[in-house]
Design a binder for this molecule. Sequence first.
Ligand code: PNS
Length: 159
Amino acid sequence: MSVAIYPGSFDPITNGHLSIIKGGLVVVDRLIVAVLSNPKKQSLFSVQERIDMIREAVGSEPRIEVDSFDGLLVDYCRRKNVKVVLRGLRAVADFEYELQMANMNRHLFEGMETVFLMANDAYFYVSSNIVKEAASLGGDVSALVPPNINLRLSEKLGR
Ligand code: PNS
């Protein structure tokens, strides 16, 4: 059975992420969506909130596991015995950072591969950061995130 890990901050998950998850399930049998737990990085939602929100957004798809990790991604991959990482690519701006990360991960864990999927073009310019910024200023982001996330953003930001 083919398995890939889809790591990220997911603060919060967006429709762009969901399009990558959907695409990932075409490519592999099972997907582990892994939320980075990094106390040094300030986040709007706690790790547990982010996990719960992803679970709500993906529903009862048995091929998806939602988990969290800290430290190096390669160490988590080793623990899970998975050598394939899934990442989404949007505009060209993503490319250099993703290339650096994929090469570093392969340097740290020989044989590890990163598979890139193109985000759905409707969400090409959607990122968690831009969604949070727009939402915090009262912008309508309901077309860019699943309904449960829109609700959680409203609650969190007191809209
Ligand atoms: O959604 P993001 O914030 O772009 O995801 C970045 C993530 C979580 C994939 C990346 O920061 C990561 O893997 N962090 C864990 C630490 C690590 O292994 N870094 C890679 C060495 S370059």
